[in-house]
Design a protein around this ligand. Sequence first.
Ligand code: CMX
Length: 435
Amino acid sequence: MSALKDRLREKIEVHRPRTRRLIKEYGDVKVGEVTIAQAMNGMRGVKGLTTDISYLDPFEGIRFRGKTIPQTMEALPKPEGKDYPYVEGFWFFLLTGDIPTQEEAEEVVKDFQKRRQLPQYVIDLLRNMPGGTHPMAMFSAALLSMQQESKFAQYYGSGKFSKMDCWEYMYEDATDILSRIPSIAAYIYRMRFKSDMIIEPDYSLDMGGNFAHQMGIDVPYDDVARMYFIIHSDHESGNVSAHTTHLVASALSDAYYSLSAGLNGLAGPLHGLANQEVLSWVQGVKNKMGGKVPSKEEMKKFVWDTLNSGNVIPGYGHAVLRKTDPRYASQREFCLKHMPNDELFKFVDILYQVVPDILKEHGKAKNPWPNVDAQSGVIQWFYGLREYDFYTVMFGVGRAIGVLANITWDRALGYAIERPKSLTTDMLEKIAGIK
Ligand code: CMX
């Protein structure tokens, strides 16, 4: 039994009566009302989910277990000589709400190392996929192919399934998955984009360190990976990837089925794929400018051309946020420290100076400020990772940390199968008094 699992068990036991009490004694208390626009238009703002892993304030941005991104980075144990924390320690933190000690974080690192080896059939599957398959489709399929290993599914089929204990099997699956997916991601990258020159895992390294090693990119890319995975991990429950993972898991589907479904949502251009879209959009501008960094006036024209052709400006806007995304801000800080003179960073910086005012003038987007995706690709590009259709896979590795912590808790607290009610247009017209 690991210290993390023991701590998690204690936290779950303390938490369970709170959930039971709210549902049983206060279940009829209203948390809000639903309007026709919400019912017809993406349920924006409907308070219909519960999570304690993270909370997204529209103006402050994300807090993980009550901590802002800088507070999280500051508080967590780091590998010796590194600027960013162990991802494994962050996993401990998301699951328990406690900052692990150095020893506790390193125990999780060792647990991940033991589980890291990929089954050969995952590699065989990836090698047999058609050459044009998007890296996100490869990533999701590789994960799904491991479903047969699910300890949760085996437990469900054992005839001894108990709602009280099933979180333990979800936790085991989640840990197996997190230990392996950075290697799957790196395998896809090297096979597809680096002439199939595969680098085997290093079982002595932490998650960020091993990812950088298997990608074949030198320090400080290990720290870039740690930062990237942590800031992309969780954004409360309602976003497409988190909500999908939670929804599928609510049917008692295991973590392999659930996360694979969530990743398919992350692959959409309005969600995680936006970071690929940003790079592709900026490259388009760069080509039109013959490589020269545009002036503000020139950049404004490119932005307006995109809007006037009916497209969105990727990396800008958000369904909940109403100010600059702190995930954007922390990556911008990284860029200012490590790559202030990078040409692509200059493009992104000019965009930051012109897009918000244009979106305000355009008058549609409720949030004219940049989100996480506006900045993340630039850092990857700087460290030599130029194949931008791979970027969402890395977002997926990070996002897995948050959504897997969430579905482990979903099972611990016995959250019900999700089943909101739908109405017909006729019914809504009657409610509106039109009919
Ligand atoms: N450029 C142009 N128009 C935008 C816009 C942008 N960046 N952001 C929003 N709008 C438009 C919407 O398309 C919508 O237009 P219609 O009324 O014609 O449908 C209108 O403004 C109102 O949208 P909203 O309420 O402000 O935003 P939504 O909650 O509907 O959508 C999001 C949020 C992120 C999908 C949207 O802002 C967008 O498409 N942004 C660009 C893509 C992007 O960066 N996505 C990544 C988000 C972060 C992530 O999940 O990874």
